[in-house]
Design a binder for this molecule. Structure first.
Ligand code: FAD
Ligand code: EPU
Length: 337
């Protein structure tokens, strides 16, 4: 176990923010995890980092930052229709997607190319193109940092919601997720309900649907819209898409007839935050090293050398202007450290 002090986290967060961790360790397997997490000679405060693709580092990170790289996939059960796999949390999410596609197992192909690790997939119940991780997660196993024990929660108890779970509430900063059990389908149900997928499949001249074709279409759409963190620092959508009451929506629609919306339930609709932010004039905004992406107003970017606190301050301005113009409160999706 090699613990280093005062380590720059720049290579470990997709915003590319240069902020030091007080103590830092990279773990490549989970065998010694319990020993590390209970070692009294180490800082009590633990910060778990996967791919660093959903964090904004705003200040030096106190305590021990643990970079999770513990990998491994085991098939634990199967029947004629389904397969159950346990995946160690340090696996790269997209590698798992490709592994599933290569095995002919369906369910997560729409979630292709989402950066980060398997361990973070239940955190905010990652989602894209009409599918959310909760649809395939059977259970989540974690080490409870206070209780000092391994616990497994089944899907229901994870309280998954839109970009939400128990891990962002009661269990926030209290767990190290070590593995996730997914239930994948040997007989695929293709989900191409998200409009852009069908158009992309047509463009690709796909005549016979397959999980690989859907994955390719999603990858193509994503690469055309979202900035590659290797080129421009970002954490994907900075804010969640807000849900508002239909009554409020009807009033707003009178004033702003072009306002797009998606139904949530009988009383709520979702408004694309990207539209709200663009309408407030932020799309393509740049202030020195940071800004709002030119092609996607929901993505705040670091062109290089920007600080986390500057990005935070920009996000405050964006929040305030959307509130002033529309009376809608945006919520940040990224985890602020
Ligand atoms: P990190 O950023 O390392 O961590 C995020 C949070 O989870 C932190 O609070 C961290 O402490 C906690 N955490 C991480 N691992 C563990 C663990 N093992 N145990 C306990 N806590 C843990 N998200 C979507 O949902 N849909 C998208 O389409 C999408 N597109 C994106 C596109 C781009 C270009 C980028 C940069 C990001 C995108 N994201 C998207 C956000 C991000 O990829 C996901 O939230 C991803 O799951 C984060 O994984 P990570 O390993 O990088 O987590
Ligand atoms: N829009 C604009 N201007 C913009 C951006 C978007 O007007 O600059 C409007 C358009 O009306 C567009 C709509 O917003 O039709 C939706 O845009 P898009 O399809 O790009 O999706 P999104 O709502 O911006 C969400 C997720 C993404 C996910 C995509 C695809 C959230 C917060 N974001 O983005 O997830 O990949 O849908 O499913 O739900 C992430 O969470 O980090 C993320 C990238």
């Amino acid at each position: 176990m090699q613990i280093r002090q005062n380590v720059s986290l720049k290579p470990y967060n997709t915003f590319g923010i240069d902020i030091p961790a007080e103590s830092f360790i990279e773990i490549n397997d989970h065998d010694a995890l319990a020993d590390i997490l209970t070692d009294k000679s180490l800082p009590a405060k633990k910060n778990i980092l996967g791919g660093g693709s959903n964090v904004l580092l705003t200040q030096p990170v106190k305590g021990l930052t643990i970079l999770n790289k513990g990998k491994g996939i085991i098939k634990v059960n199967e029947d004629d229709e389904k397969v159950w796999i346990d995946v160690n949390s340090g696996e790269v999410w997209h590698d798992l997607v490709l592994y599933s596609i290569n095995n002919g197992w369906a369910g997560i192909e729409n979630l292709s190319l989402i950066p980060g690790t398997v361990g973070a997939s239940p955190m905010q119940n990652i989602g894209a193109y009409g599918v959310e991780a909760k649809e395939t997660i059977e259970s989540v196993t974690f080490w409870h940092l206070d209780d000092k024990a391994y616990i497994t929660l089944n899907n229901n108890d994870c309280r998954f919601g839109y970009r939400d779970s128990i891990f962002k509430h009661e269990l926030k900063n209290k767990v190290f997720i070590t593995s996730v059990r997914y239930r994948l389908n040997k007989i695929p149900t293709f989900n191409i309900s998200y409009g852009a997928i069908e158009q992309e499949l047509e463009k690709m001249n796909v005549t016979e649907l397959s999980i690989k074709a859907i994955s390719d279409a999603v990858i193509s759409i994503r690469t055309s819209k979202l900035p590659d963190p290797k080129q421009i620092g970002n954490a994907g959508s900075f804010f969640k898409n807000p849900s508002i009451a239909i009554t409020q929506y009807i009033q707003l629609k009178e004033q702003y007839p072009d306002m797009p919306s998606y139904p949530v339930n009988e009383s709520q609709v979702k408004i694309p935050a990207g539209w709200l932010i663009e309408q407030c004039g932020w799309k393509g905004f740049r202030d020195g090293n940071i800004g709002v992406h030119q092609k996607q107003a929901l993505v705040l970017v670091n062109y290089g050398g920007g600080s986390g606190s500057d990005i935070w301050a920009l996000s405050e301005k964006v929040l305030n202007s959307v509130h002033e113009k529309y009376g809608i409160d945006l919520e940040r999706e990224v985890q602020v450290w």
